[in-house]
Write a new protein. Sequence first.
Length: 255
Amino acid sequence: MNVLIIEDEPLAAKQLINFIKEINPAFTILETLNSISQCFEWFESNAQPDLIFSDIELLDGNVFNFYDKQVINCPIIFSTAYDQFLMKAFEGNGIAYLLKPLTKESVEKAILKCNTLQTKSKSGISHDILQLLQKSLQQEASSIYKQRFTIKTRNGIYLLPVSDIAFIQADGVLLYAFDFNNKKYPLTGTLIATEQQLNPEIFFKINRSDIVSINAIEKIAPHIGDRLAIYIKGQKEFAVTRAQKTSVFRKWIDR
């Protein structure tokens, strides 16, 4: 099997190569690419590999900027330190999503899934089989996102289901969740850490202090400087996207 590695951390790439060789010495490592520009150059002059191990955040940007433009006919095993890209990984040819640091066991399990698919389809991985696996992985993936927050008060501990949250806001060092009735709940941790626990299909961090639920958006209007005004149900004031986030936000709401 010919394997292409897309990874911008030299130590992580070396470790992954060692794992692959230990698992199956017959595998051929075609190349290790560390940037989106290298990916485009490599695929212009090389045949499709049998399998890709791919990091997500590369030296020159997010790897999905490459996958969204390049036709890939082989399965992809994603390996990353971030779990917020999980659902995006399954929109293409992703068959596994490994969180760093990798282990030999996790890499071996992912390769076994790939081998199983190829065995079921003599001519490679069929579209139907790939879709079936991705559907099961998406269902499995949804369980890794936070389902509820524990809210500590003087009167005890309450449970706040994530589905009840309209938006989350950072106010200095304090963090609050607001439900659809505009009730305010104190949260622990940081906005960035909280964002990584939420399903990116439902929640989007529109600026440095606000995360909104797709279900809480009432209206969207143009704002100054290529920004958007986000009107949230039950709120008198609107929130504003960062200019750098606007294009990504437009794609998010159009899914």
